[in-house]
Design a protein around this ligand. Structure first.
Ligand SMILES: [Zn+2]
Ligand SMILES: [Zn+2]
Length: 427
């Protein structure tokens, strides 16, 4: 499969993965080097407008009176955006009820779907978190994030898993939510549209879906990857959805990496306040295609390849299959679930979300119990990831104990000697 001459965009989670296997990436016909050499993003003097500032009180939808104070609660139900339709008074709202009905229903379904997606995707990210965060702090609205390089990972000697605890020791326990989410969703936007695409489609298969890739405007937080600081300008993926009512929305699943709280916006508002420039706007599938194209060339036991296979499995077997199973067992559909009256919906939603969170955790835990995901060295002392239980068995007596490792820490020659001896005696 050929690589396009001018890649519009290097998928961003991918970019980070590629950094971890750079010798391989540079051998490939993609512009990783350009990427490593570009200037780091400048600190923004004026952080982007908060959601409150953007979505402040508006004119009455019925009579146009400014600064109206009540809004339709139903369309704002999902809590993932401030899609408020304002009215100056109850009589005005009542007068507008018939005209508003279809729009209200469509908005409610959409925001419910997005809220379910976000809760589950957050759980997915937390449970498959693999960034080695060494250092994080926030200064003047800019987050400095330093990732530990995979090469120097001492965990390989002891067969540590490539998975990391979220948020990890480097992120303070009392860090505010926005900072933790920025770390969690940092460079995660392409993954939603590649690995997560089938799940996106199941939950959001209404209206016309498009994939947008943009340069963002005025991020409220800027993650500066200290060791490879050039990832941010390479595009941000989001969804453009046109509903049957004609309304168009932006769904930004991973805007938290820029300090943005909401996921759902009317399209015009999003374009006005969040978009600096469009790189592309196309039917769903572009990011997935690029992602597959690159990963088919990456060794399945490299950290990047294994991590992606692992996460794909959790999405497909944990989330997608879990969702389908739930709908069969409960004799329902996405549409039916999302259309339930509020009290019933709250109950059904909780059941579904619990079911799927359990399903995600099981799907992560099971291979880990078998030793899948642990790091090991090949003959050249390059790090790889165990991807089968046979491999896990093969290496179980090779990994150093904590004591063995600490006794020889810093002495590469000694460590390698022990390792080789163990390999020889275990085969
Ligand atoms: Zn009014
Ligand atoms: Zn409404």
């Amino acid at each position: 499969m050929g690589v396009r001459e001018q890649p519009r965009v290097i998928p961003s989670r991918l970019t980070r993965t590629l950094y971890l296997c750079l010798p391989l990436a540079t051998a490939m016909n993609i512009h990783v080097l350009d990427l490593m050499g570009a200037a780091s993003p400048k600190p923004t003097g004026s952080p982007g407008l908060s959601e409150e500032a953007i979505f402040g009180r508006k004119n009455c939808t019925n009579c146009g009176k400014p600064e109206s104070s009540i809004w339709c609660q139903q369309c704002a139900e999902g809590g993932v955006g401030q899609l408020r339709i304002f009215y100056c008074s109850k009589p005005c709202q009542d007068q507008h009820a018939v005209a508003h009905r279809d729009v209200c229903e469509a908005r409610r379904l959409l925001s419910r779907a997005v809220s379910i997606f976000m809760e589950l995707w957050t759980t997915f990210e937390e449970n498959t978190f693999s960034s080695k965060v060494r250092f994080v702090n926030e200064r003047n609205g800019k987050i400095f994030l330093r990732l530990r390089s995979a090469r120097s990972d001492e965990g390989t000697w002891m067969g540590k898993s490539f998975l990391e605890q979220f948020p990890g020791d480097a992120v303070p326990e009392n860090a505010r939510d926005a900072l933790k989410k920025a770390v969690l969703f940092d460079n995660a936007c392409t993954e939603v549209f590649s690995v997560g695409l089938s799940f996106v489609k199941i939950l959001l298969k209404r209206g016309c879906l498009q994939e947008a890739n943009i340069k963002v405007k005025d991020p409220a937080l800027v993650v500066d990857l200290a060791e490879h600081p050039t990832l941010a300008p390479f595009g941000h993926n989001l969804l453009r959805v046109k509903l049957t009512t004609g309304e168009i929305f932006a769904i930004d699943f991973t805007g938290a990496q820029f300090g943005w709280r909401d996921q759902l916006y009317t399209w015009d508002t999003y374009v006005q306040h969040r978009v600096k420039e469009f790189n592309s706007l196309e039917p769903l599938g572009g990011a997935k295609q690029q992602d597959s194209m690159v990963y088919c060339r990456i060794s399945p036991t490299s950290i990047g390849g294994a991590s992606r296979a692992f996460r794909t499995d959790v999405v497909n077997e944990g989330l997608v299959k879990g969702l389908v199973t739930y709908f069969v067992q409960h004799e329902t559909t996405v549409k039916k679930l999302l259309s339930l009256p509020p009290s019933l919906f709250v109950r059904e939603r909780a059941q579904l979300v619990n079911h799927l969170k359990h399903s995600i955790r099981t799907r992560v835990q099971k291979p880990c119990d078998l030793g899948i995901g642990r790091l090991y060295f090949d003959d050249q002392f390059e790090s790889h990831v165990v991807s089968t239980s046979e491999e896990a068995l093969k290496y179980q007596n090779v990994w150093l104990s904590k004591e063995e490792y600490s006794a020889n820490k810093g002495n590469l020659k000694a460590l390698r000697y022990i390792w080789k001896k163990k390999v020889a005696s275990s085969s």
